[in-house]
Write a protein that binds this ligand. Structure first.
Ligand code: GLA
Length: 366
């Protein structure tokens, strides 16, 4: 049995696949997976409490199993990539039992939690051992190659390397991971819009492609530049003929700088500065990367109005185009006032879900 947590992207929006840095927090909400080998040549997955058809047992053949759009695609992807990388495969079959306290579709990365908990549980029965950084890369590869989302390393790395009362810092160019202590007395409030852009995956891929194109253009002037996040701000003038690419690149470069400033502000205990950086990150997502939606912008504005009630900062967390806002708070804000004002401005929007979360431990064998 193994467990792995959901995560918050604290700051560092779309910096991960651009070779920048990012800070995340592992949560006290997690996915637990129990695995046992079978002898009848079948995969049998069971996750009570999820939507049909997986509320009952789901069965897959051993050869070329496909989970389609369901949650089963994640553990199946893990098995596939594990076989490609190590040669190990549960040849007699496998039972997986999955239990989750991570809300789905809230931008808290239940998918990475499921990947890492499945991997860790399966490693337990395989007898293989693996460094944590390899587990992260393997889980990311499962999502990229098997599920088909070109995500960076943030979600898997934070889920794997999380520590209670710490932020996980990832240098995505070198894949180095470290833990940064969180100032005492801070909590997180998640406001999930429950809005999911129907094109969320294709929008993510579109931004990914725009960043790649921006990098290629910049490399024409500076061939040794390896990652967009590491470009000098002045170099971005070279993109003036491509205003959209220039905006995307500015977001990535400035966001990467904000991550560094945030690390310094955290070390100095300057929580007011941390909060400012979170608001600035959101404004950049809204105006430059254009991955926000009006509902997220409203929430951030309403939370900014609650600064005297203990809200330090707020921003969209994760890929964007829907999803959730995270607020860093010293005291619980007036949630009812936020919800009421939100409802007035967006009467047609889905109900908000509000969740208070704390930091938690990373992937572990139970
Ligand atoms: C999603 C992806 C991450 C990262 C964020 C944006 O959560 O899975 O890899 O790119 O979006 O920062």
């Amino acid at each position: 049995m193994a467990a792995s947590p959901g995560r918050i992207e604290f700051i560092g929006n779309h910096t991960d696949y651009n070779g920048g840095s990012v800070l995340g927090v592992a949560l006290d909400k997690e996915i637990t997976v129990a695995a046992s080998p079978r002898q009848d040549g079948r995969f049998v997955f069971f996750s009570p409490g999820r939507a049909a058809p997986f509320s009952a047992k789901a069965q897959f053949p051993l050869q070329k199993p496909s989970g389609g759009d369901s949650w089963a695609a994640y553990p199946l992807g893990i098995l596939q990539v594990l076989q490609e990388e190590t040669g190990w495969y549960p040849r007699g079959g496998l039972s997986l039992y999955v239990h989750s306290t991570v809300p789905e579709g809230a931008g808290l990365s239940s998918s990475a939690a499921l990947e890492l908990a499945s991997l860790e549980a399966v490693l337990g029965i395989s007898g293989l051992t693996m460094e944590r950084s390899r587990k992260v890369l393997l889980a990311q590869a499962a999502e990229n190659r098997f599920v088909g989302v070109p995500c960076g390393i943030l979600d898997q790395a934070v889920s794997c390397f999380g520590e209670t009362d710490h932020l996980v810092r990832i240098d995505c160019a070198t894949t180095e991971f470290s833990a940064t202590p969180m100032p005492e007395g801070l909590r997180f409030c998640i406001f999930n819009t429950n809005c999911k852009h129907s094109l969320v995956d294709s929008k993510y891929s579109e931004r990914h492609a725009e960043c790649r194109r921006a990098l290629e253009k910049l490399q024409e002037g500076e061939p040794q530049l390896q990652h967009l996040a590491l470009a000098d701000a002045e170099l971005l003038d070279n993109l003036s003929a491509e205003p959209v690419l220039q905006k995307r690149a500015r977001h990535v470069v400035e966001e990467n700088r904000r991550v560094g400033e945030c690390v310094d502000a955290l070390a100095a205990g300057n929580t007011a500065k941390v909060g400012e950086l979170l608001f600035a990150s959101h404004a950049s997502s809204r105006d430059l990367f254009e991955n926000s939606i009006p509902e997220l912008d409203t929430l951030v504005d309403l939370l900014r109005e609650q600064r005297d009630r203990g809200v330090l900062g707020a921003r969209l967390t994760g890929g964007g185009f829907g999803g959730a806002v995270m607020a860093l708070v010293r005291d619980l804000p007036d949630v009812e006032a936020v919800v009421a004002a939100y409802r007035q401005r967006h009467p047609e929007a889905p109900e908000l879900s509000v969740l208070e979360v704390a930091s938690g431990a990373g992937t572990r064998r139970l």
